[in-house]
Every structure is written in C-alpha cells, then in structure tokens.
Design a protein around this ligand. Structure first.
Ligand SMILES: [Zn+2]
Length: 569
C-alpha cells in the first residue's frame, strides 16, 4: 500500500491519464506552446506545448502535436521559450494571519532598533484613531538578547497600548500601557509553556513575552471581524498567486479561519487550493477529538478547501531556548527546553487523532521534539495498524542524526522551511552559540534527508519568512543569503540540487496533501494548475534563481495572476 503510493507520488501521473490519452481530440480552451515545459511527469519530463480543456490538461507534448487541439475559440499563448511547470505548493504557511498582518505595522525589514522606531512612529502617526498600535515581524537579532524593552516602546508609543509579534510568532513585545491594561505586574506568574521576561534586578516585566505568555496581552486585543478575515485571505492568496503558488497549507487554522476559507470557497473566490490543518487545543484528548471531528464534518466538503489535518506543536523555538533538545543549551546549563505535552499525553493524542483518520502535522524543531514525534507516530502505527496516513513534521531544525532514517522507515514526510538554512544572525548569534559546532552540523539536514529516501517537501512558514518559493529554493541550493550568494556554503554537505527542490514544491507537496492524482505534475487528465516563469531555472545561475519572476499562474486553466509583460489574448 505504502509502496505503491510512494511510487505514484514520484511518478506523478494519476491512473486517469492512460484513459485520457486514448480519448478523442477535443478543442482546447487554452494552449501554451513554444515553451520549455518541465512537467514532473516521468513519461515526458520536458515538453513544448500543453492544452487545457474544462480545467484539465488534455495534451502534453511537442508543438506540432498540439495543433489539432486548437480551434477558433482556443486561446493560444506563445511562451517564447519561457519555462512552465506545475504550480508551486506551500506545505506550511499561515495565509489568513499573514493577510491580516499585511494590513498592520510591519517590522520584518527593520534591521536596527532605530529602523524599528522609525517604522512604528510613522505607523502610529498615520493611524491616529487606532485604539491599539499593533504589528508584527520584529526580528529577534535586532535586540540584545532577543529581548526588546518596554521602555523603548514607551518612548515611541507613550500613551496608547502597543503590541508587536516577533517575526517567528513565538515572542511578543508590548509597552507599559499594554502591560497595565492586561494587569501584568511583577507578581504575575509565568503561565504553563510561557515566560514573561523580567528585569534581572527588579523582577518587573521587561517588555518581552514568550510562547503562551503572549496571550496575556493578545487576549485584550479587539478580535478581527469576519469581513477583515475574508479580506485577509483574498490579500494573501493574491500574493501567493503572484509568486506562482496554487496550493497552500494553513498550518494552524482555528474555527474562524475555516469559516472564512469556506465562505470564499463557496463563492468560488479561493484562488488557490487550501488545506486547513486544524489548530488543536491542549485540553482533554477525548473532548478535543470530538470537537475536531465536528469541525471536519462541518467544513470538509469544499471544492478547493480540504479539512482533514490536525496540527500539534511539539515544542517552541531554538532562538528563545523553548525548543526541546536532547542535550542542554550551552548558555542555559541544565535546560533542555520543553515539550508542550508530556510524552504519554502527546502519544495518546496522536494515536487518537490518527485513529479518527486525521492526517497529523506536527511543529517539531529541537532534536528531542523530533524524536518524541517520531516515537508517537510509530506508536500510532503499531496500535492503529497499516493505513495511508502521510504524517508531516514541519520545521525540522536540529537533528540527532540517527533519527533521519526514521522518516522513510515510518513514512513521515519531512517539511523543511529551506529559507532558514543559511548562516544569518538567527543562526550565528542565537542558535550556534547555544549548540556548539558538533551539534550545529545537524541543523536543517535537507541533503541527508533526501539521500535517506524520505519524501521532502517545502514550505515558507510565511509570514515568518518569504512566501516566494524561489527564494527558499535558492537558499536550499546555495546555503547562502540571497544578498550575498557567493562564498562558502553553510554546512555544504546539506546543499541540494534544483530538481529535488522543484519536486519538493510540486509533486511531493501534492502527495503531502493527498492531491498527487490531481495536481503536482503536468500530465493528461490532471488539473490545469501551472505557472510560467520568465527564465528557465535550469539554465539560470543558481545565485539568480530568486530573481526569476512568475509571469502567469493558472488555476484549473484560469489565470489567477498575469504579469503585464506576458500577452495573454
Ligand atoms: Zn508555522
């Protein structure tokens, strides 16, 4: 069972294509020709032309062969040598919250405290009526100890409450007005799985909150309206389409998210396929299973929305020392971070959701969290028997190397965020010093994972990092920052080639969402989800991959993004 599915995932073509190819030639709605079409279809890896009829691909081959499909009503696009390939699929992102963030104060690009200050000042001045100044994206390395102070924010926003999520979403930063409004004082205890950073001398909250402590402030923010959420999804999917994304997994979807996706799906306004991984609460497992099954029943029957995945957070993040690691952090003697669930509880939860037929999607960052997750998935297999489950572990930052082979053995899909595999300040200042060189060798071992034969997929974790798959693909190949692509690679043994990275963002990602029969490769019978890129990625220097532009994105043969440089009749 597992073996045949694995084969399908790699060969890409669904069963339907063989029937389809014997079907009579019917007029196409759309023909692309004169291109370098990289199909991910093993039977014909490269083609010149493709025909689409009623949302499905009806022909893949050379230019001469497509002529019978062209009639007076067929739209014909001359690719003029441009590259076409299956639409990109992002297996771990946060499109709804990302869309909301796009409408708030964004600090992602601020590289110094002074730049942070300037952006917030301008935003506060431009929004004089906002009750709260809220925003996102401060980078941990910008502040000493990843610990921005209340005083700094008080200076910029003195009277109104202000709150900012960190770029990784695991820390928050608030001013004194916000702390006062939330009633957080030196007497307030740290909540479970959370930490209020404090002044070492006075014990007063210093301004930064970690993990669950963030909610002490955010519970006082005005909730978003349903209209705001619809607008956010539209905004996010538009941006995704511009970057060639035709399928995206929302890696942490609450009920209000499902309502938004479902509403847009019903109106035919989802311009990408959405897999919603249900946010799970930490309460008693049986009640939680009932609640999740109810959500699945309510929302599962969409046309572009799929609801059959449960998301669990095994641990936190390395930079804040909340990731669960096997050996203590060097700068925090005796501290091995923390698992968000006791191992028995975590194992029971995964077994229960797996028994209910949910696909499991786990946030696992530290080597201890990854091992616990593999153990729990192995247990689920033992107690619930063999079936087609395709569990996903996402992030996968630090490995104990002997655990790499277990992904293939257990059929676990490795969802990397390849953009993180570069020696930026998160690595050099906040991660490597806490691990030392020997353990740091096993950060983001994408090459080793590929060599082990496991299925590797890609994701952005947007808005944590760039939504552009080409940015991540270049970093996976070079293990260098996009801005300084020349020079020694960081952990060169773990560099990978272009072809497996394209597979990670197309056919393998389709497998990860049980969509490999319909999407992920260009073969007759499959859906017309495909993109055109201005240059051929295989002939471009690898250091320029991120500069290539998507000029056309088709969902079921209909343009959801068209660059002005491409003439589409
Ligand atoms: Zn995430």
């Amino acid at each position: 069972m597992r073996r045949s599915l694995f084969f399908l995932a790699l060969t890409g073509a669904g069963l339907g294509c063989h029937l389809e190819r014997r079907a009579p030639v019917l007029p196409a709605d759309l023909v692309l020709r004169g291109g370098a079409i990289y199909t991910m279809w093993p039977e014909r890896p490269w083609a010149e032309a493709i025909a689409i009829r009623e949302g499905h691909i009806s022909y893949v081959g050379d230019d001469a062969g497509v002529l019978p499909y062209i009639t007076a009503s067929t739209r014909v696009v001359d690719l003029a040598g441009r590259m076409a390939l299956p639409g990109f699929q992002d297996t771990h992102a946060h499109p709804l919250s990302g869309g909301l963030e796009l409408g708030e104060c964004n600090l992602y690009d601020a590289k110094t405290p002074a730049e942070v200050e300037g952006i917030i000042r301008a935003y506060a001045a431009a929004n004089p009526d906002a009750a709260w100044i809220r925003g996102n994206g401060w980078q941990l390395p910008v502040f000493p100890g990843a610990n921005p102070s209340r005083e700094l924010l008080d200076r910029i926003v003195p009277t109104r409450p202000a709150f900012f999520y960190a770029a990784d979403g695991h820390s928050g930063w608030a001013n004194s007005a916000a702390f006062a409004l939330a009633g957080i004082t030196r007497e307030t205890k740290d909540p479970p799985n959370g930490r209020i950073e404090r002044d070492a001398r006075t014990g007063e909250p210093s301004g930064t909150l970690r993990e669950s402590a963030v909610a002490l402030i955010t519970q006082h923010l005005a909730p978003y309206t349903s209209e705001e959420r619809l607008g956010a999804v539209r905004r996010a999917l538009k941006e995704a389409n511009r970057l060639g994304i035709t399928s995206i997994t929302d890696a942490d979807a609450g009920p209000e998210y499902l309502t938004a996706y479902h509403a847009l799906d019903a109106r035919g306004e989802l311009t990408a396929r959405v897999t919603a991984a249900l946010h799970s609460e930490v309460g008693p497992v049986e009640a939680e299973a009932v609640r999740l099954r109810g959500l699945r029943e309510q929302y599962r029957r969409g046309s572009r929305l799929t609801v059959n995945t449960v998301k669990l957070y095994a641990d936190g993040v390395l930079e804040a020392r909340t990731a669960a690691v096997l050996a203590p952090y060097l700068d925090k003697p005796g501290d091995r971070g923390s698992l968000n669930y006791a191992p028995e509880d975590f194992t029971a939860r995964i077994a229960a959701f797996d028994r209910d037929g949910f696909q499991i999607h786990v946030h696992g960052i530290g080597d201890r969290a990854i091992r616990e997750t593999l153990d729990a998935l192995q247990h689920a297999r033992e107690v619930n028997g063999e079936k087609d489950r395709r569990p996903v572990i996402a992030h996968l930052e630090l490995f104990e190397p002997s655990d790499i082979a277990r992904f293939r053995e257990l059929g676990v899909i490795a969802s990397f965020q390849p953009y993180w595999a570069q020696a930026d300040e998160y690595i050099t200042q906040l991660t490597e010093p806490a691990l030392g060189p020997a353990r740091s060798r096993w950060l983001y071992p994408i090459g080793s994972m590929l060599r082990s034969g496991a299925i590797v997929v890609g994701g952005s974790d947007w808005t944590v990092s760039s939504l552009n798959p080409l940015d991540a693909i270049q970093v996976a190949i070079t293990r260098r920052p996009l801005e300084t692509p020349l020079g020694p690679a960081w952990i060169p043994e773990e560099r990978v080639d272009l072809a497996p990275m394209l597979a990670a963002y197309t056919i393998n990602a389709a497998y990860a969402t049980h969509m490999e029969r319909e999407t992920g490769s260009l073969a007759p019978g499959k859906l017309g989800d495909l993109i055109v890129i201005d240059r051929n990625l295989f002939t471009l220097p690898v250091t320029e991959i991120h500069t290539a532009r998507v000029v056309l994105t088709l969902l079921e043969g209909n343009p959801v993004w068209t660059d002005s440089t491409l003439m589409v009749p």
